[in-house]
Design a binder for this molecule. Structure first.
Ligand code: ZN
Length: 208
């Protein structure tokens, strides 16, 4: 994997997911970030996660990789060099507590191995991407299936918003939000990430 600089994540970017967690649909992109220490690859091996901090949910997301410095007006095809499917693991019980207190989400979102990526493939352009669904299977059953055409804020909006507010350059990743169907992982779960019919990555959960 090429060097990763910043990891940005978009929250509540699919209406059906915002609804399933009883959240309001945002009126502008809602961003948070993860430390680079959170990164892990779905490379067919075990991924260790904390087993004693409440439930851990999978959130399956398209992850784009930025290939060059942002300039105003830059086209998606020019700035996104590749994409993959990732999992934004979330300590859901911890997050609910943080939300109640009005605290930042970092404790619930930034733990080691919370940012899963699978194999990056070249960015084919937005219209091509809309033709293919991304899918998470848990132990052989489809638990999430999404398509970027259902995003509340499209990739161009997310990129412009991120660059304007935080800066955006080569090596940055953006997790673009999860569709509905999030749920808990258990010890020994086998997760497989599909782009259409192609497997981009898989891993086994080890709760410790
Ligand atoms: Zn997410």
């Amino acid at each position: 994997m090429n060097k990763v600089n910043n990891i940005y994540c978009v929250g509540r970017n699919y209406a059906a997911h915002a609804k399933e967690l009883q959240n309001e649909v945002p009126t502008s992109p809602m961003l948070f970030s993860k430390p680079t220490h959170a990164l892990a690859k779905a490379a067919g091996r075990e991924v260790s996660l904390s087993g004693n901090r409440g439930s851990i949910h999978f959130e399956t997301e398209i992850v784009i990789r930025i290939g060059k410095p942002y300039e105003q007006g830059i086209k998606l095809e020019d700035i996104i060099d590749s994409f993959t499917i990732g999992i934004d693991f979330t300590l859901r019980d911890v997050q609910n507590e943080l939300k109640k207190k009005g605290h930042p989400w970092l404790l619930a979102k930034g733990f080691p191995n919370s940012a899963i990526v699978s194999k990056f493939i070249p960015f084919p352009g937005i219209e091509e991407m809309k033709k293919i669904d991304f899918i998470l299977q848990k132990n052989g059953e489809t638990v999430q299936q999404g398509n970027i055409k259902n995003m509340l804020f499209d990739l161009q909006t997310i990129i412009d918003f991120t660059a304007l507010n935080f800066g955006l350059g080569e090596g940055d990743l953006i997790y673009t939000g999860t569709p509905e169907g999030v749920g808990p992982v258990n010890d020994m779960d086998h997760l497989t990430l599909f782009w259409g019919n192609s497997v981009l990555g898989e891993c086994f959960i080890k709760l410790e």
